[in-house]
Design a protein around this ligand. Structure first.
Ligand SMILES: Nc1ncnc2c1ncn2[C@@H]1O[C@H](COP(=O)(O)OP(=O)(O)OP(=O)(O)O)[C@@H](O)[C@H]1O
Ligand SMILES: O=P(O)(O)O[C@H]1[C@H](O)[C@H](O)[C@H](OP(=O)(O)O)[C@@H](OP(=O)(O)O)[C@@H]1O
Ligand SMILES: [Mg+2]
Length: 307
């Protein structure tokens, strides 16, 4: 019974984590209700715990504390609304890319000088100071000192780290955490200092278009897809097989596709189209066989009448 209740709660909690479900929820004796934000909180309580995602409004909000436990505490959450504050935390004991806080618009030479003094390398990724909310995901990639004119302070300039277009998202829930892989920005040639001539124009993008599970963007495509196509074409012929897996890594320096393993009929985990593709494949094999048989019949004048 307890397990079932737990399951229901888990599915409800999962549900509130879904896209577009932003709000405040509370748990009362294992019941989960949505708080009506248009009504005063007190009559809706008392609450055992409040689970909320009010990043857009908590800065201005004043709360009568009618609950002992608020998940998570507002002051801690407020710090993460500001990239200046969160990047200071990241840079303290954790390996994170070097960055520069740009507080206000100023003349181009002084921004260029600050970038150089901070030892940042191009390309730089420019992020808004505000870290959450719809406008906070508008970013740019800046490839040269001259293009620093494209930034809109307050913002953070962070050295771009080549990482092979794979993002490992770590989702934390209490004392557990879960890792998933997501698409990410592809590698770009890096350069430190200002000696090389500027080549690329600033690329403006929205981070939610590059690192969502379904994201597919020129900025994340490793431009190896045609190389993968060619590799698979070649291996299909070489192996005479149609159901296999190839494990490939991309050399971060040479950007070359490198095959490290070939697997017979692998698990296809994470390929939601696997079953329909398998059916299509079987269908096409059967079609081919039928057409070969019928052309054989035509050329040989049909099957023998019988023995
Ligand atoms: N320093 C960096 N080097 C390389 N790529 C980066 C860097 N910073 C960000 N990126 C890329 O840009 C994307 C967006 O960055 P970031 O996570 O800071 O944005 P966000 O809008 O705060 O994302 P979220 O939706 O997770 O809050 C990342 O998923 C990654 O692809
Ligand atoms: O308040 P915002 O829009 O910043 O909240 C974002 C949050 O910062 C993360 O970007 C979430 O994406 P994931 O890290 O990929 O889960 C967003 O979730 P989404 O399901 O709405 O795309 C939040 O909106
Ligand atoms: Mg963020």
């Amino acid at each position: 019974m307890l397990r079932n209740i737990r399951k229901i709660i888990e599915s409800q909690i999962y549900h509130i984590g879904c896209k577009g479900c932003k709000g405040v929820y509370f748990i009362l004796f294992f019941h989960l209700w949505q708080i009506d934000l248009a009504q005063p909180l007190a009559p809706q309580g008392p609450f055992d715990a409040i689970v909320h995602k009010l990043s857009d409004v908590i800065v201005e909000a004043e709360h009568d504390m009618i609950c002992e436990i608020l998940l998570d505490p507002l002051p801690a959450m407020t710090r993460l609304l500001d990239r200046f504050a969160s990047y200071r935390i990241m840079n303290w004991r954790i390996c994170s890319p070097p960055y520069l806080e740009v507080h206000r618009a100023s003349d181009l030479p002084s921004i260029q000088q600050a970038v150089m003094a901070q030892g940042l390398s191009f390309p730089l990724i420019c992020k808004t100071r505000v870290a959450h909310g719809s406008l906070s995901h508008e970013m740019s990639l800046i490839f040269s000192a001259g293009s620093l004119a494209d930034i809109h302070p307050p913002c953070v300039l962070q050295s771009f780290v080549n990482h092979g277009a794979v993002l490992h998202k770590v989702f934390v829930v209490g004392d557990k955490h879960f890792c998933v892989e997501r698409p990410s920005l592809k590698n770009f040639p890096s350069r430190s200092g200002f000696s090389l001539p500027p080549d690329r124009k600033t690329i403006f993008f929205n981070s939610h278009q590059v690192s969502k599970p379904e994201s597919s963007s020129d900025l994340t495509s490793t431009s190896q897809s045609s190389a993968v196509d060619a590799l698979v074409r070649e291996l299909r012929v070489q192996l005479g097989m149609a159901l296999f897996g190839v494990d490939v890594i991309i050399n971060i320096h040479t950007h070359t596709l490198t095959v490290i393993d070939i697997n017979i009929f692998p698990g296809y985990e994470g390929v939601p189209q696997f079953f329909s593709s398998l059916l299509n494949h079987i269908e096409s094999v059967l079609d081919k066989q039928t057409s070969t048989t019928s052309s054989l019949k035509t050329t040989t004048g049909g099957p023998p009448a019988g023995l």
